[in-house]
Design a protein around this ligand. Sequence first.
Ligand code: CTP
Length: 463
Amino acid sequence: MANLTIRKLDDAVRDELRLRAARSGRSVEDEVRVILREAAQGVAPEALEPTPQLALTPRNPIPRVTLIIGGGIAAYKALDLIRRLKERGSEVRCVLTKAAQRFVTPLAASALAHNRIYTDLFDPQSEFDAGHIRLARDSDLIVVAPATADLMAKMAHGHADDLASAILLATNRPILLAPAMNPLMWSNAATARNVAQLKRDGVTMIGPEAGEMAERNEAGLGRMAEPTQIADAADKFLRPPIAQTLQGRRVLITAGPTHEPIDPVRYIANRSSGKQGYAIAAAARAAGAEVTLISGPVDLANPAGVNVIRIESARAMLDAVEAALPCDVAIFAAAVADWRVASEGAQKIKKNGSLMPTLTLVENPDILATVSRRAAGRPRLVIGFAAETENLLGNAAAKIARKGCDWIVANDVSPATGIMGGDRNTVHLLRRDSIDSEAWPDMSKQDVARTLIARITTHLETT
Ligand code: CTP
C-alpha cells in the first residue's frame, strides 16, 4: 500500500482536506482514509457541508467546551471553572494564551481537564490537522475566562495572531466571555467600544462583577464572575431547555457522608463524595422543583438555585431533615455513618503509654426509616439508596421492607466499580409495589439524576 504525504498536496486541496477533517471531527489522515474508502466503493465523496449555523443544543451527547484562558490574575479561577464544567458533564479542552501561562501552568489545566492543552498556533502536532480550526468548530461552546481587555480588543478587530484569537476568529460556535480586568481598563472608552461591538457580533458576556481588585486599594467593576456562575451561563448554551415538570413540588435530598466526632480533632467518616446527591438536587431544580439539599461535608459547590444546608453528623442531618419537611419527594442519597462514638471526648484524646483508647459505638438514628414511618406529614414519595458490596438486589429489596421507603436506588459500591467518588454510576431501581427492578446502563451521575427525576415526574403525574 502506497503512503500518502499530505504535506505534498496542493495548498488548496490541503486546505479543503483540513476543513473537511475539522468539520467531520476526524484527523486529516482518517479523513483521507474515508475518502479513499468511498472512492474504492464508488461512493460520491461527501460535498463540503455548508457552514453550520449557531446551534443552541449540543451535537454531542457529551457537550464539548473549548476554554480559552486569558492572561490575568483571574486565570487561577479558570482552573476551578474547568472542574465546574466537568462536574456538569462537559468535555473541556483548554487553550492558554502566552500571558495566561504566566499565571497558571498548562500542566495544572491539563491535569484538571484530563485533556491535552493547546498553547501555540504553530504547534506542529495539532496544526498538522488544522488544530485551531478543529478547536474552533468541533466544540459546542467557546468560553473565554478571563477575557482580558487585550483579548477582547483583538476579537473586536478580527486579529488572529495567536492560537486564542485565531480560534475566536475561525469559529461559528457560540462564544461566552467572562471579562476580568482593572476597573479603569473596563471603564476606558476603548474597552466600552469593543464590548459594544462584541455584543453586536452576538457574543454573550457574563460579568464583570464589582469587588476588590488584586491591586492594593483598588475596587470597582472588573472582577471575573465566579466559576459556578460562568458554568451556569455555559449550561444555557449546552443543554436544551428542560421541561419544568416538577414546578410547584418541594423536593428534599440528603447527600454526602456524615462525620461523627471522636474528639475535637478526629472523626469517623466514609468515602462518599456527594456527587450523586448533588446531581439529583441540580436535576430536580432544573425541572422546576423547590429543592432543599442537606449535605454532609463534601468538596462540591452548591448547585445553583438550591437551598443547601450543610451539617456534619447524622443527628444534625436528621434535625435538618425534620426542619425541612413537609415536602412532596424525599431522596436519601447520603451515606450516613451507622455509628457514632458513645461519648465524644471534650479534649483531644492523648496517647497514654501503651494503652490504646477503646471507642464504644452507638447506633445513629436511621433518617430514611424515621421519615418513611412518619404517621403525619410523610412525603408522598420516599426514595432511599442502597450502597452494597454483595447480593445487590437481595439486600436492596430487604432495605425497602426494613426501612419502609417506596423506592430504592441500588448500586454496587465495591472498590473495583469506582462508583464511590467517581463520576459514573450503574444502578437498579426497585419499587415497593413491584417485584421487577429496572437495571439502568452505566451512565454519568448527572444522567442517573435526570433519569430518576423523569421517573419521579411520571410517578407524581400518574398516581
Ligand atoms: N440511611 C439513613 N440513615 C442512616 C443510615 C442510612 O437515612 N442512619 C439511608 C441512606 O441515606 C440510604 C439508605 O438509608 O438511603 C441505605 O443506606 P445504606 O448505607 O445502604 O444502608 P444501611 O442502613 O447503612 O444498612 P447496611 O449498613 O446494613 O447496609
